[in-house]
Write a protein of this length. Structure first.
Length: 394
């Protein structure tokens, strides 16, 4: 009786801890380590820097030109010598627009990196939560195995007293073997998930001390979706994408202004020498028409993508929110029912008193175990849904 009550109390205690807020420190520390060591994130950071550098690659004017030649006179003796140096410039406002576009591209690159970063950290967080769940299931199977061994001892005494059959004892022993196998399988699962965590951490072993999952209450929908739109980098990236397209369109317009050219020219014959400064500008007729059309098309595309993707993400958030809400309700209902109607201690008393057969006893215990497993599964499912809904906090 004492063992059954202890088992029941321990199970309820662990389930009650599932919604405690003290487990997150370990996960947060692990996520910081993964962010620092993950090779994919290092590559993504380098990619973001390369995008920023590329955006500044056209800040300087083109290379200066130097030309010269010797021109023999036609039909007359003598030569003409000419040489010159020149530098061309785009219209000054073009460089200002390029600078503005570079700053906009910086923001876009940073937000794009944050999107990829949060996706990877969400995967890492879910993997860490799976590890916690697997460890809890291992501990649960170990308690069940110990409980089953205690039941074997009770049934053995009943067999010795002629109150039960060898068939009942064999049945109980088979249950012990089954639960021992569950322990081994669960331990193997813990090892597999631990290796996945190590891989995410750049193949550096990572210790996770947490034994409970953080599952806070969901905020009201209106409050939540407003916060998500303001802070989720996927929404912010869509805005930055439109800003980049607008900057490219503005740049294309200014690139249609005349290009400037200034230089020095020297011409010399046997009898005369001419030298001086020269200047010129291009006539913007048709050279930039294609660039403008492309920029306009890209801006329209960016705006359509912004509207479509924003609506799609809001719809996904709503689906996740409703699913998380339902999962939380199912978990709480089943957890409370398990706490109120758990018959484990009564079943043990009935077995010891001979009021229930061994087969019926283990069938009822198996049913209670299935309910406990379902509570733990719902707990993990809700923790993952909550993490995905709050991915913008990573």
């Amino acid at each position: 009786m004492k063992f059954g009550m202890k088992y029941f109390a321990t199970t309820l205690f662990l389930l009650a801890l599932a919604f405690s807020s003290f487990a997150q420190a370990g996960i947060d520390q692990a996520l910081r380590s993964i962010e620092e060591n993950n090779p994919l994130l290092k590559a993504l950071r380098a990619e973001a820097e390369s995008i920023k550098t590329e955006a500044r690659s056209e800040f300087t004017p083109p290379n200066p030109e130097v030309e010269g030649g010797i021109f023999p006179a036609v039909g007359n003796p003598g030569n003409k010598y000419a040489w010159g140096v020149s530098q061309s410039f785009e219209f000054p406002t073009v460089y200002a627009k390029r600078m503005q576009l570079a700053h906009t591209t910086d923001r876009y690159a940073d937000q794009n990196y944050n999107v990829a970063r949060q996706s990877l950290l969400l995967e890492a967080k879910n993997t860490l939560q799976e590890l916690i769940h697997a460890r809890r299931m291992t501990a649960e199977y170990q308690r069940r195995e110990a409980f089953a061994r205690a039941m074997v001892a009770i049934i053995q005494k009943k067999v010795d007293a002629g109150q039960s059959s060898v068939m009942d004892l064999n049945n109980a022993r088979l249950r012990v073997i089954e639960l021992a196998q569950n322990v081994r399988e669960s331990n193997a699962q813990v090892t597999v998930i631990s290796r996945r965590v190590s891989t995410l951490n750049g193949n550096i072993p990572l210790e996770l001390n947490d034994t409970i999952l953080l599952c806070n209450q969901l905020p009201p929908w209106d409050e939540f979706v407003s916060l998500a739109k303001q802070t989720d980098p996927r929404f912010v990236t869509l805005n930055s994408m439109v800003e980049v397209a607008q900057g490219q369109k503005s740049l294309a317009v200014h690139r249609g202004l005349p290009e400037l050219n200034i230089g020095y020219q020297s011409e010399k014959t046997d009898a005369e020498h001419f030298a001086g400064v020269k200047a010129g500008l291009s006539i913007p007729l048709w050279g930039n028409m294609g660039n403008r059309r492309v920029a306009n098309a890209r801006l329209a595309e960016a705006r359509y993508q912004q509207a479509g993707q924003a609506n799609l993400m809001e719809s996904e958030y709503e689906e996740l929110y409703l699913k998380a809400q339902t999962t939380k309700e199912l978990h709480d209902e089943l957890k409370n029912a398990l706490s109120t109607y758990n018959n484990l201690s009564l079943l043990r008393k009935a077995l010891e008193a001979g009021q229930v057969s061994v087969i019926d006893f283990f069938n009822e215990v198996t049913f209670l175990y299935s309910i406990t497993d379902r509570v733990l599964e719902l707990e993990l499912e809700y923790a993952k849904l909550f993490a995905e809904l709050h991915r913008f906090e990573l």
